[in-house]
Design a protein around this ligand. Structure first.
Ligand SMILES: Nc1ncnc2c1ncn2[C@@H]1O[C@H](COP(=O)(O)OP(=O)(O)OP(=O)(O)O)[C@@H](O)[C@H]1O
Ligand SMILES: Nc1nc2c(c(=O)[nH]1)N[C@H]1C(S)=C(S)[C@@H](COP(=O)(O)O)O[C@H]1N2
Length: 174
């Protein structure tokens, strides 16, 4: 079974001070887009770099998630460390993901440039960061999702298929 990690990084959501809307928004998007059978592995954790790194490693190495999407902790505030944790666990970075998501988000909010969101590869897993604002999730994922299935192919992951009415996966040569 294809497994996808959904990681909400938020001090307040992890303490139950507000309900997590980010993780459910990612799950809803993936349900709309993916036509292959898959199952989620979703967690909500605080903005602690060691905890984020350990959770990303577990999702990639132990839970077998080929794609891990994080939300939150990408900004300039002292406790925002999701990009640092992502970089620490990845062997290769894919800066184009962050560049594209910031460019798309800039059409909605001038503060899009405050997000340091990035993406990278750990083993056979692709990790992608999204900002914490739940409204950013669909916007950002719609922009990068066309390239995700081919990226997962290239790193030896499973064959992801999409509903072309929502997102058309681009595989060069097809
Ligand atoms: N997982 C989430 N669920 C619901 N709303 C969220 C979530 N993450 C962020 N938000 C909303 O977006 C706003 C900005 O997000 P941001 O990540 O900057 O929060 P924060 O100040 O880092 O605090 P925290 O880490 O406790 O979520 C928050 O004030 C909150 O209203
Ligand atoms: N699409 C989109 N991107 C966005 C935002 C948003 O509301 N929509 N908020 C911005 C703001 S205000 C911040 S501080 C950064 C980082 O947010 P994070 O720390 O919650 O990840 O994301 C930015 N990117």
């Amino acid at each position: 079974m294809i497994r996808i990690g959904v990681l909400t990084v938020s001090d307040r959501a992890s303490r139950g001070e507000y309900p997590d809307k980010g993780g459910p928004a990612i799950l809803e998007f993936l349900k709309d887009v993916l036509t292959c059978a898959w199952e989620p592995h979703a967690l909500v954790i605080p903005d602690e770099q060691e905890h984020i790194e350990a959770t990303l490693k577990a999702m990639c190495d132990d839970e077998g998630c080929c794609f891990v999407v994080t939300t939150g902790g990408t900004g300039p505030a002292r406790r925002d460390v999701t990009p640092e944790a992502t970089e620490a666990v990845c062997e290769k970075m894919l800066p184009g993901f962050g560049e594209l998501m910031r460019a798309v988000s800039l059409k909605s909010v001038p503060t899009a440039i405050l997000s340091r969101q990035t993406a990278g590869i750990r083993g056979r897993s692709l990790i992608v960061n999204l900002p914490g604002k739940p409204s950013a999730i669909r916007e950002c994922l719609l922009a990068v999702m066309p390239a995700v299935p081919y990226c997962v192919d290239l790193i030896g992951g499973p064959y992801l298929t999409t509903n072309e009415a929502v997102v058309k996966a681009f595989r060069p040569g097809q």
